[in-house]
Structures are given as structure tokens and as C-alpha cells.
Design a protein around this ligand. Structure first.
Ligand code: GDP
Length: 446
């Protein structure tokens, strides 16, 4: 293993920057680039001193040495805090590279932590999610995943399946013996329960992905209905250009808001009006694309105008809230008919702010943000969701096979497949574990 280094902070002018080093040569490199007030670098103690580059003093700052394995990566590591000027950062980095380190690849410190068994995969993924989190809820969830909340749940399910394999493995080894009824019953109970848990975990991704990636909410409706104004009212700042000429919002204009800890991207669109104007046409195409990506649609109506049948369009699989705007001018629109088509109809005035809080509450309900519990046990990442789908399918097959009276080896094959797939989640190896569990359950002498 070689020694790697990289700045841990952004390469912009700031008060302090942190550089990291990890690998067997860490200590030697420190001796060349850091001159501490004290001769000895006590492990895990912050030392004040000078950074040395090209034989001269480059900066002064702090240095901590973490001898492995009690470090983030499990290897010898160091963190150097220097002044955050791009010049100092580059010079110190060059000095470290010259002393024998190489530039780390993206995520390489965490990768080493995983390889050295300091983290399992879901925890390594949580590190990235924690860094990327945009809201407090997302950060809390990632921190809980880093603490192992999801990994522990998955491991518990995996352990149950391994236990089952041990039972069944023993049965297959002695095919002449009848399988005791209680073993079959127990196996059925375990397989049903585990596959149900896996399905639940997989399902949690629908809401969990909102926690990590947020939701897209598209404002659709006729030109001049007040979409831009509504976007601004929701965002509480001037984001979109508002003009009284129909069709002037040609681009998709965005604003970011937060609903119950979920980042929501509001996208104001050009509307779906048929048009010959090429610029506006482009906008309509963008609108259609935005609508397909949406988790929530606000169908915005001008309350001062009559309702046309063609204005009501059902959109499959995506909740729609009908928003009747311009309440301050008096509503002439037939709200009753609208209510026949949309489950949720909210009357607002983008101009005065009337009804905007109710609209926010309705949006939060439509996105089911109350079901999002940021305790780290929801699946937030598409890789994990994909693995869980496969693990669930395998566990379900095992449960169904047993119920249909298939032979133990067939049940076992599916159950072991589920174990192996679940191993992909936390990154463990599997077959060795299965064997270990089988042998540990054997009586001595058998
Ligand atoms: P868009 O084309 O759907 O984005 O509509 P705009 O947001 O540009 O609004 C069109 C016109 O309606 C502008 O002149 C707005 O000032 C006006 N407008 C929008 N919302 C309201 C409202 O709630 N009350 C009143 N009185 N005027 C509004």
C-alpha cells in the first residue's frame, strides 16, 4: 500500500485548510514537512509547529498524527491544518508529494477505511451522503447510517437467513432423515418475515430518495395563470421574471425550498400552450420533460377566468394539486368542477400571499414528508434500492418454494442467493460466513 494525500477542504481562500495523509510513510513525510515545537509527535494530539517546503518555512499551523489501526482509514494517518490560501495549500501539497506521497483518488481514504474493515459499504456511502446533505434532516439520516443503522438492520436479516441455511444445510446432508415439522414451520416464518422486511426496506426508498435527492415540483398551467408569481411567493424571493404578456416565461425557472426537511425544486414552466413561436416551442418541450421528472405537479389556474375542459389533464402516477390563483381579484372559475377532477384544490393569491401556507402544507402532505423518518433506516441510495429489490426477489422465491413443498435444496439455493446479494449491500463476503454458521451449529463429534 502506498501513501496518499489530498486536501480535505475546498481549494478556495479561507481561514484554514486541512490536508490529509494516509499510508505507511506518513510519519517519514511528517518529519520532512512539519517541524513541531516538541520533538515527538504524540499520537492523536494536536501539535503546533511550522510547515517546511523547499527547505524554508512555508506557514505555521497544526498537525495531528494518528497511528494505525486507530485511524479513519485504519492506516497511519495525519491531518495538517495550514492557512487556507490556495498558494499555501499547493506548496504544502507539493512538499508532501515530494516527500513520497501520491495524490489520492476521489473517495480513496474512505475506500481504504472500507478495505481495512473500518466501515461497511452502507457506512461508506453514508459518508458521501453526509457530505452532500442539503437539509438538516438529510444530514441526520446520513449520520445515523454512518453509525451503522441501515447496515445493522440488513445484517440482522442476513444473519437470520444464514441461520436458516444452517438448518437446511444439515437436512440436505442427511437426506434420509425426515425434516421435522417444526423446522419447516420455523423456516417458513423466517422466510416470510425476512422477505417482508426486505420489501419494506426497498419501499422506503421511494420516500428515502426524497430525503437525499429532494423532490421536483413542476408548476404547470396556462400562460398568465400566475405560475412565476406563485413560484416567487412559495420561494419567498424574486426568482422568476413576472410579466403581464402571455408566454413570456420561456425557460424553466427554478427555485429551491424546503418542506419538512425535504429539499424541493420548484420548476416554473413555459406552459403547455400550443405555439408556433420556435422559442416558446422549446419551452413547451422542456415543460413536458420537466413534467415527466416531477414528484409533484401544481396545476395553476387563473381564478378570474373560466375553466376550459382541455385545461384539465390527468397526469399518471404523480400527485397533482390544483391551485386557483388570484383570489384577491375574486374567483369566477368553477371550483366545483375542478374539485371533481382533483383531490386537492387550494385557492391562493400569489400577490397577497393569502393561502400560500395552506398550499405548502398540502404540498408536504402530497409528498408524504411526514413518513420520512431520518433515523438512518430508510434506504436513500439507488444502489442499495437495486440490491434490495434483488434480495427481496430471492427471499420471496425461497419463501414461495417452501410453501409449495419444494425440496430443501431448492429453498436453500434461493435463500443463499438472498444472503449473497445482501452481502453486496454491506460489502461482506458470504459463502465463508454461511459455512461458518453451519459448522458452528454442529454438535461436537457429529
Ligand atoms: P405565468 O405566465 O403563469 O408565469 O404568470 P405570471 O406569474 O407572469 O403572472 C401573470 C400576471 O398575473 C402578472 O401580471 C402578475 O402580476 C399577475 N398575477 C399573478 N398572480 C396574481 C395574484 O395572485 N393576484 C393578482 N392580482 N395578480 C396576479
Amino acid at each position: 500500500m502506498d501513501t496518499i494525500t489530498a486536501p480535505a477542504t475546498a481549494p478556495v481562500r479561507s481561514a484554514i485548510a486541512v490536508l490529509r495523509i494516509s499510508g505507511p510513510e506518513t510519519k517519514e513525510i511528517l518529519q520532512r514537512v512539519f517541524r513541531g515545537r516538541k520533538k515527538q509527535l504524540k499520537p492523536r494530539v494536536m501539535h503546533f509547529g511550522q510547515f517546511i517546503a523547499d527547505g524554508g518555512i512555508l506557514d505555521e499551523g497544526l498537525c495531528v498524527f494518528f497511528p494505525g489501526p486507530a485511524s479513519y482509514t485504519g492506516e497511519d494517518m495525519a491531518e495538517l491544518s495550514c492557512h487556507g490560501s490556495p498558494g499555501v495549500i499547493q506548496a504544502l501539497l507539493d512538499a508532501i508529494l515530494e516527500a513520497g506521497a501520491r495524490m489520492a483518488q476521489p473517495g480513496e481514504f474512505t475506500r481504504r477505511a472500507f478495505l481495512n474493515g473500518k466501515l461497511e459499504l452502507t457506512q461508506a456511502e453514508a459518508v458521501i451522503d453526509l457530505i452532500d446533505s442539503e437539509t438538516k434532516a438529510a444530514a441526520r439520516n446520513a449520520a445515523a447510517q454512518l453509525d451503522g443503522a441501515l447496515g445493522k438492520r440488513i445484517d440482522a436479516l442476513r444473519t437470520e437467513l444464514i441461520g436458516l441455511s444452517a438448518h437446511f444445510g444439515a437436512v440436505i446432508d442427511y437426506p434420509d432423515d425426515d425434516i421435522p415439522e417444526f423446522i419447516t414451520e420455523h423456516a417458513q416464518e423466517v422466510l416470510d418475515r425476512v422477505s417482508e422486511s426486505l420489501r419494506g426496506l426497498r419501499e422506503s426508498f421511494r420516500q428515502g430518495s426524497l430525503l437525499r435527492d429532494g423532490a421536483v415540483c413542476v408548476l404547470a398551467g396556462r400562460p398568465n395563470a400566475g405560475k412565476s408569481s406563485l413560484l416567487n411567493a412559495l420561494a419567498g424571493e424574486e426568482r422568476a421574471i413576472v410579466t403581464p404578456v402571455p408566454g413570456t416565461t420561456r425557460d424553466v425557472v427554478e427555485a429551491r425550498i424546503e418542506l419538512g426537511g425535504i429539499p424541493v425544486r420548484l420548476m416554473d414552466t413555459a406552459g403547455l400552450r400550443e405555439t408556433e413561436d420556435p422559442v416558446e416551442k422549446l419551452g413547451v418541450e422542456r415543460t413536458e420533460r420537466a413534467l415527466r421528472a416531477a414528484q409533484l405537479i401544481l396545476a395553476v389556474y387563473d381564478g378570474t377566468e373560466a375553466l376550459f375542459e382541455r385545461d384539465i389533464e390527468e397526469i399518471d402516477g404523480c400527485p397533482v394539486i390544483a391551485v386557483v390563483n388570484k383570489e384577491d381579484l375574486g374567483v369566477k372559475l368553477d371550483v366545483k368542477t375542478l374539485k371533481e377532477h382533483f383531490r386537492v384544490v387550494i385557492t391562493v393569491s400569489a400577490a397577497t400571499g393569502e393561502g400560500i401556507d395552506e398550499l405548502r402544507a398540502a404540498m408536504a402532505r402530497a409528498l408524504r414528508v411526514n413518513e420520512i423518518i431520518p433515523d438512518g433506516t430508510m434506504v436513500t441510495n439507488p444502489r442499495q434500492a437495486e440490491v434490495l429489490s434483488r434480495a427481496y426477489a430471492a427471499a420471496k422465491r425461497a419463501a414461495d418454494a417452501l410453501r409449495m413443498g419444494m425440496t430443501p435444496d431448492m429453498v436453500l439455493a434461493d435463500s443463499e442467493e438472498a444472503v449473497s446479494i445482501l452481502g453486496e449491500l454491506t460489502g461482506r463476503s458470504t459463502t465463508e460466513d454461511v459455512l461458518g454458521a453451519i459448522f458452528s451449529r454442529f454438535c461436537v463429534g457429529k
